[in-house]
Design a protein around this ligand. Structure first.
Ligand code: CAA
Length: 240
């Protein structure tokens, strides 16, 4: 029986690569997106993967969206919490809005999504939760006190929930990518980008497909003994 997956932020960047890789494994995928209708329509046209629009920062939106996906595709077996944003600023300039937008999406979004699939996974005694953290949640990053706090929180969330899911056949894992060649990098000034690439031992940015391969492994039926783990994929930039 084909598994059903939701990939949040699944129509662009790392999320799009994850959606496609899961589909290639025979999984029925629903990709969510928050705002870019044009990119979502193009993604569906290219891949045949259905897209759904909602804000992961809003609990009720998540509940309604997941109910719709389940009505269309069946119960959700795999959840990939990928949706994430940056609002970088040195702390002395960071606004309350920049703080809350990032925490609400990148951390509370995990609660909002996972809480709405958890009951069904417990009942069916199977589930795969894979969240996307970041190297910057592991090592910190100048101008990212909001983002680093949220991404470090994603790792703590995973370790706690893995303990609760273990006896119910639900694994909970997190992937911590380094700097990946996506649109998110476009906000980084060129001078800073040169320094970043210089600090990556493999000498290049990662590709979204390289993160997708890590996620498809953790999401597979075969990965049942792997839970509570942080899979670091950063070209050797930070070793934990
Ligand atoms: N370490 C130390 N100092 C730094 C720094 C760093 N990494 N980056 C910038 N600075 C310094 C600058 O040299 C400058 O100092 P001077 O004024 O003495 O020259 C100062 O900080 C910049 O201060 P400003 O007040 O001018 O800063 P700003 O308000 O213009 O903000 C910035 C600029 C937002 C920090 C910008 O430099 C930036 O975007 N930096 C990149 C931050 C970054 O790497 N984000 C990661 C994004 S990728 C991601 O998030 C995905 C993932 O998971 C890996």
């Amino acid at each position: 029986m084909a598994r059903v997956a939701i990939v949040t932020g699944g129509s662009r960047g790392i999320g799009a690569a994850i959606s496609k890789a899961l589909k290639a494994e025979g999984v029925t995928v629903a990709a969510t997106y928050a705002g870019n209708d044009e990119a979502a329509a193009a993604f569906t046209a290219e891949t045949g993967i259905k897209t759904y629009k909602w804000n992961v920062a809003d609990y009720d939106d998540c509940a309604a969206g997941i109910a719709k996906v389940e009505a269309d595709l069946g119960p959700v077996d795999i959840l990939v919490n990928n949706a994430g944003i940056t609002r970088d600023a040195p702390f002395h300039k960071m606004t309350k809005d920049q703080w809350h937008q990032v925490i609400d999406t990148n951390l509370t979004g995990l609660f909002n999504m996972t809480h709405n699939v958890w009951g069904g996974m417990r009942e069916r005694k199977f589930g795969r939760i894979v969240s996307i953290s970041s190297i910057n949640g592991q090592k910190g990053q100048f101008a990212q006190s909001n983002y680093a706090a949220a991404k470090a929180g994603d790792i703590g969330f995973t370790k706690a929930l893995a303990q609760e899911g273990a006896r119910a056949g639900i694994t909970v894992n997190v992937v911590a990518p380094g700097y990946i060649n996506t649109e998110m990098m476009s906000t980084i000034p060129e001078k800073v980008m040169d320094q970043i690439v210089g600090a990556i031992p493999v000498g290049r940015l990662g590709e979204a497909e390289e993160i997708a391969r890590a996620v498809t492994f953790l999401a597979s039926d075969d990965a049942g003994f792997v839970t509570g783990s942080t899979l670091t994929a950063n070209g050797g930039q930070y070793m934990v």
